[in-house]
Design a protein around this ligand. Structure first.
Ligand code: IMP
Length: 416
């Protein structure tokens, strides 16, 4: 899929892609289409809680830590200071892509300031979920990837950063032992640090040459007029400050968090693509006002393959909330929408949509369509599907520039 020059000119040299809902919006597909047109692919925040999916020649690739555009060779890859990195997962991912004959390490820069997620963080995550469930009857429904505990340690200024990979063995050993002792004392998590220490040693040999100080990272990003594609993780409604707290992740998932995570000055940003599904999903607990009734939800889940890319959990499914999109457009300064998975709504008699009119919530039922799947041009879309997309534009005052009509790379419409 080649993105037309007119649209690339509109995006400018520094473009952020952020989720406008509760994650899983299909950011991977948009990133994959844009990646060939940029020089640097950067993940600013989050960790292996993300699962960005790209389908190439019928084969599905899921990325948790590497940017989803990394299958395009020769692009620089940046893992920013705002990330929390489970090193064994990163190594596995790098090896998996390199086994396809696509080199990663030679173009990888990992910030020394990114924090390390240890295996005991996963155990703490699970213990905290259990504690919440016992005390309030409901957990957050985290991915149990240790994200919360790693960010908590970071905020407490007790974290272990990737720079630790350059430390002498006894210093690293002492730091890990201290974190494990703390896990035991505070959370009653009694696990053995041996595997983590082994992973850290392996990561040191593998990644040390690719560790970059934040200052050098900034220079790398800002010098030489490089085109930078910023890949946000999760979605705006999972943002620690602006999301549906406490049912959120532990990082800032909005565009401001992305700039912070990379250490980029806001004035460099030229555009922000808000990615939203034509309907809506959520994994984990928390409010979901437009959640569909069970039969309709099951229909969307099966058609949309709505099972977590990281955990395999069935996603809760519902209808589009333009109220959420209006909010996401506001906090991120979204300059255009990418509306994905339009084909999943094929066959629905009517499409429920919620929006706001002043302080009033408005519920509309738009006419459905039968055949958006596989469309490659705007003209090939059924007129009702076009009307649905125009409705999104009218209510949010943001143009729809990308439309996903299927999982394959070529099932993407660019409109400008
Ligand atoms: P955590 O980020 O694992 O702590 O999970 C906190 C909440 O964010 C849970 O509801 C997760 O299901 C959700 N979450 C975290 N990452 C993602 C993602 O990439 N997609 C969708 N939901 C996510």
């Amino acid at each position: 899929m080649t993105v037309p020059h007119v649209l690339l000119d509109r995006l400018g040299p520094v473009c952020a892609v952020v989720g406008a809902q509760w994650g899983d919006e299909g950011k991977g597909k948009i990133i994959d289409a844009l990646a060939p047109h940029f020089d640097v692919l950067a993940r600013p925040c989050g960790g292996a809680n993300a699962g960005h999916t790209v389908v190439v020649d019928g084969q599905k690739h899921v990325f948790h830590l590497l940017p989803a555009g990394c299958l395009h060779p020769e692009k620089n890859i940046v893992l920013g200071s705002g990330m929390v990195v489970h090193l064994a997962t990163l190594l596995e991912e790098v090896r998996r892509v390199e086994a396809l004959g696509i080199p990663i390490r030679e173009r990888l820069a990992l910030s020394t300031a990114a924090h390390i997620v240890l295996d005991c963080d996963r155990a703490i995550d699970a213990a905290l979920e259990e504690r919440r469930t016992q005390t309030t009857g409901e957990g957050i429904g985290t991915t149990r990837r240790g994200i919360g505990p790693a960010y908590a340690r970071k905020a407490a200024r007790e974290g272990l950063r990737c720079e630790a990979l350059l430390w002498a063995e006894n210093r690293l050993h002492g730091a890990v032992a201290g974190i494990y002792a703390d896990a035991r004392e505070r959370y009653n998590v009694d696990s053995d640090p041996a595997l983590d220490l082994q992973n850290l040693r392996e990561a040191r040999d593998f990644l040390a040459p690719h560790l970059v100080q934040p200052g050098s990272l900034l220079e790398m990003l800002t010098s030489g007029k490089r085109r930078i594609l910023i890949e946000g993780a999760q979605g705006s409604l999972l943002d620690i400050d602006h999301g549906t707290y406490p049912f959120v992740t532990s990082s800032a998932t909005t565009v401001a968090g992305a700039l912070q995570g990379l250490g980029l000055p806001p004035r460099m940003l030229c555009s922000c693509i808000g990615v939203a599904k034509a309907y809506c999903t959520r994994v984990g607990c928390g409010p979901f006002p437009t959640e569909a009734a069970p039969i309709a939800a099951a229909r969307l889940r099966e058609r949309g393959g709505e099972y977590g890319a990281t955990t395999g959990r069935p996603r809760r499914c519902g209808w589009l909330s333009l109220q959420d999109l209006q909010y996401a457009a506001g906090i991120n300064g979204v300059t255009c929408w990418a509306i994905t998975k339009l084909d999943v709504l094929d066959g629905e008699a009517t499409i429920p949509v919620w929006s706001t009119d002043g302080s009033r919530t408005v519920h509309d039922e738009l006419p459905g369509w039968t055949a958006a799947a596989g469309a490659r041009t705007w003209e090939a879309l059924p007129s009702q599907a076009q009307a649905f997309l125009r409705f999104i534009e009218e209510r949010t005052h943001v143009p729809v520039c990308f439309i996903g009509s299927g999982s394959a790379r070529e099932h993407l419409i660019c409109r400008f």
